[in-house]
Design a protein around this ligand. Structure first.
Ligand code: PLP
Length: 415
């Protein structure tokens, strides 16, 4: 169980300073003067931990990185310009033409096209499988793939993975496991379960306020006998000894951030830190709201529209929800209105809920999936991702749940 009180103390104590400026300091400088030539050499050699140039690190980003690393239990983190920036950084740092990646479960639209269009153009192939398709997972692991990529909760499919079992298989076959934990900060701790790298779009629940686009990748410690010593990772072996226990992070910095520049900016990181202070207060509230809204809508208008969420006993993954996600699986539930016309009729009558392509906001949001994020996807891809023509995704915020229920009930009265 997550001890939210523990994280309340940890977050406010680490983000605020007791002496001097209490709020995080914004350092909007692209470059940093070095004391002398010797210090410059030491900084470039990585012996001295001082800012080198803002593309590869900035004091405000460093503050955000240290707090998120602590929350995820990593050895270090890299803040990026967006969630897609964090994913691009990790995927391009560890993969090259000829490699194969296995994608488990449904993906955020941007991640799907990054893997299936952009990476393919650079010769990196992929296959997709359902969270419960262990036969496929094991056959690709046996074939020697380089990386498994998954989200902690399928969006918008809401299929829940058995992360521990997947991590164990990746350990057996010495294969990198990268988990996008955007929807479930604090609720799921992928590094504790055996993942190697955790990614967040901090734009979402981590900030809550929607004022800053941002991403972050958190890395586990490199240890003797590490899976990265497997010969399939031979191209990064020269870096491992040199970089030591922070090798996983160093590889991302050297092979992607430095050369491609998906770097975070100081002001964005400052705004993210302000939101992050209240993350442990907001996550349980989001879950209480979601459970109440889903239960009430299912009971009162479930005969008109289908409410999907694993907290409902009718859901295929309800047992897994109770066992592994007892404190929630993030802000999303979905509504199947059966047709596009009915979905639009419902959305267009909502008074309080905001229509936008975002999740994890302090406000409750909704969007028709098929006509927006997934509009260019093939019918097979949409089926795999759980998107049909009547599907609405809802992301629950901090409002009174009663007010959100009322909004959906009055809108549904027009159906
Ligand atoms: C939004 C999102 C992303 C992309 O993040 P941006 O900050 O919008 O680039 C990646 N993964 C998931 C699960 C997301 O919800």
């Amino acid at each position: 169980m997550v001890d939210f009180d523990y994280y309340n103390t940890l977050l406010v104590q680490h983000i605020g300073d007791k002496v001097g400026a209490t709020a995080p300091t914004i350092t909007p400088s692209a470059s940093y003067g070095y004391r002398d030539a010797n210090e410059a050499e030491a900084i470039f050699a990585g012996r001295e931990n001082l800012p080198l140039y803002a593309r590869v690190g900035n004091p405000t980003n460093a503050k955000l990185e240290s707090v998120v690393s602590l929350v995820e239990g990593g050895v270090g983190a890299i803040a990026t310009s967006s969630g897609m920036g964090a994913l691009s950084m990790v995927l391009t740092a560890y993969l090259k033409a000829g490699d194969e990646i296995l994608c488990i479960g449904g993906f955020f639209g941007g991640t799907y096209s990054l893997v299936d269009e952009t990476l393919r153009r650079f010769g990196i192939t992929n296959s997709f499988c359902d969270v419960d398709d262990f036969a496929h997972l094991e056959s690709r692991l046996q074939a020697g793939i380089k990386m498994v990529l998954m989200e902690s909760v399928g969006n918008p499919s809401l299929r829940l993975p058995d992360l521990q079992k997947i991590a164990n298989l990746c350990a057996t076959y010495q294969t990198l496991l990268v988990v996008d934990n955007t929807a479930t900060p604090l609720l799921v701790q992928p590094l504790q379960l055996g993942a190697d790298i955790v990614i967040h779009s901090s734009t979402k629940n981590m900030s809550g306020h929607s004022a800053a686009l941002g991403g972050i990748a958190v890395f586990r410690k490199y240890t003797p006998g590490d899976k990265l010593q497997n010969k399939k990772y031979h191209d990064i072996h020269p870096l491992l000894e040199k970089l030591g226990e922070k090798a996983l992070m160093g590889i991302a910095k050297k092979r992607a951030l430095r050369d491609m520049g998906m770097s975070a900016n100081a002001f964005g990181s400052f705004l993210t830190l302000l939101g992050l202070e209240t993350l442990a207060l907001r996550m349980p509230r989001v879950n209480e709201n979601l459970t109440q809204i889903v239960t009430q809508l299912h009971a009162s208008i479930g005969h008109k529209i289908v409410i999907h969420h694993p907290s409902l006993k009718t859901d295929k993954h309800h047992d897994r929800y109770v066992q592994h996600f007892a404190q929630g699986c993030g802000p999303i539930f979905t509504i199947d209105c059966h047709t596009k016309a009915r979905a639009y009729a419902l959305l267009n009558q909502l008074k309080r809920v905001t229509l936008t392509a975002n999740i994890g906001d302090n406000r409750t949001l909704a969007l028709h999936m098929d006509s927006t994020i997934f509009r260019e996807f093939s019918p097979e891809a949409k089926r795999f991702l759980g998107v049909n023509e009547g599907l609405i995704r809802v992301s629950v915020g901090l409002e009174s749940p009663e007010h959100i229920v009322q909004d959906f009930l009055q809108a549904a009265s027009y159906l």
